[in-house]
Ligand binder design. Structure first.
Ligand code: ZN
Length: 310
C-alpha cells in the first residue's frame, strides 16, 4: 500500500505574500498567495491524488466511493483540511460558527474549529486571540461601538507555538506569521473587523456583525494547549491537541522511527527535511494520507512532520 500524495491548491489573498515559494519552493500563481490548501476535499480548493492506482482522482471522489481507504469513517464530507498560510499582512478579525449554526445558516457547511502550528514568525509578531467582553451583551455593545482596542486580545508569538481555536473564538493572524493550520473542512468565516481598510476603489470589505455576535463565545475561555513531548527510538512525538474534531501531533525524526497506522486515516505534512516513509522518498512541502490498513511503517531521515487524524 502506498501513501496518497496530494496536489496543493493555492489561493490568492490580499494579505498573502511569497513565503510559500520562498520557504517551501511551491510554484505559486502570484505574489499575493496567502493559502496553500495542502490536503483538501473542499469544493473551494479540491486536492487530487498524485500517485498510484488512484492517481488523478479527487480526494472527494475517494471519500465518496472508496470509503474503505478511510476506515469507513462516517460523514457526508471529508472532515479535515490542512493548509499552510502566509500572513504577509494582518488578516481581518474573524470568528467561525460551530456545526449546528453552520448547518442551519450556511447550506449544510461544517462548522470550523481550527488549530495553528507556527512554522515561522518574524521578531515581535502577534496574533489576535480572544476578547475581553464578559457577556454576550458586552460583545454586542463593544462591537456596535467599535471599541476594538478594548475588545481584542493580542498575544506575541514565536516559531513552534501552537494554538487551538474552537469555533466561537475571535481570532486573526497578523503580519509576519507562517502557519500550518489543521481545521474542520469548512470555508465559513464571519468577519467582524477589518481595521477600517478599503480596497483600491475605496470600498471596505463586507463585515458580518450580526452573525459574529451570534457565534462569539463570551467570556473568552481558552486556557491554551499544553504540548506533551515523548521520546521514541529515532525521534520525538509531540501531542498538541486531542479534540472531538481532530488530534494533532508533530513527529521530529532523526534516524529511523517505527510507527503503526492504527487510525481510520492519517494526514501528514512534511515541514522540513528529507527522508523516507518505508521506501518512498519524502521531502519538505509534501503532504500525504496514510489510508486505513497501512499498518506498520518506518520514517527515516531528518524530518519534521505535522500529523493529524479525526
Ligand atoms: Zn479562522
Amino acid at each position: 500500500m502506498e501513501p496518497l500524495f496530494l496536489t496543493p491548491v493555492f489561493q490568492e489573498r490580499i494579505w498573502g505574500g511569497t513565503a510559500l515559494r520562498d520557504e517551501f519552493g511551491y510554484d505559486i500563481p502570484n505574489d499575493k498567495t496567502g493559502e496553500c490548501w495542502a490536503i483538501s476535499a473542499h469544493p473551494n480548493g479540491m486536492g487530487y491524488i498524485k500517485n498510484g492506482p488512484f492517481k488523478g482522482k479527487s480526494l472527494k471522489e475517494l471519500w465518496d466511493h472508496n470509503r474503505e481507504l478511510f476506515g469507513n469513517a462516517e460523514g457526508k464530507q471529508f472532515p479535515l483540511l490542512t493548509k499552510i498560510l502566509d500572513a504577509n499582512a494582518d488578516l481581518s478579525v474573524q470568528v467561525h460558527p460551530d456545526d449546528a449554526y453552520a448547518n442551519l445558516n450556511e447550506n449544510g457547511e461544517l462548522g470550523k474549529t481550527e488549530c495553528w502550528y507556527i512554522i515561522d514568525a518574524k521578531e515581535g509578531a502577534e496574533l489576535i486571540f480572544g476578547h475581553n467582553a464578559k457577556t454576550a451583551s458586552d460583545v454586542r455593545k463593544m462591537l456596535e461601538e467599535g471599541q476594538w482596542e478594548a475588545f481584542l486580545r493580542r498575544i506575541k508569538v514565536k516559531k513552534g507555538d501552537f494554538f487551538f481555536v474552537p469555533s466561537g473564538t475571535v481570532h486573526a493572524l497578523c503580519e509576519g506569521t507562517l502557519i500550518l493550520e489543521t481545521q474542520q473542512s469548512s470555508d465559513t468565516t464571519y468577519r467582524l473587523y477589518d481595521y477600517d481598510r478599503v480596497d483600491d476603489a475605496g470600498n471596505p470589505r463586507e463585515l458580518h456583525l450580526e452573525k459574529s455576535i451570534d457565534v462569539i463565545h463570551a467570556p473568552h475561555s481558552n486556557a491554551g494547549v499544553k504540548p506533551s513531548a515523548k521520546e521514541i527510538p529515532g525521534g520525538v512525538v509531540t501531542t498538541y491537541v486531542a479534540s472531538e474534531f481532530f488530534s494533532v501531533y508533530k513527529y521530529d525524526i532523526d534516524g529511523v522511527a517505527a510507527f503503526s497506522q492504527d487510525q481510520p486515516f492519517l494526514l501528514m505534512s512534511v515541514l522540513s527535511g528529507t527522508g523516507k516513509i518505508n521506501e518512498v522518498a519524502i521531502q519538505k512541502g509534501d503532504h500525504f494520507i496514510l489510508p486505513a490498513g497501512f499498518g506498520d511503517y518506518t520514517l527515516t531521515g531528518k524530518l519534521e512532520l505535522m500529523v493529524s487524524h479525526i
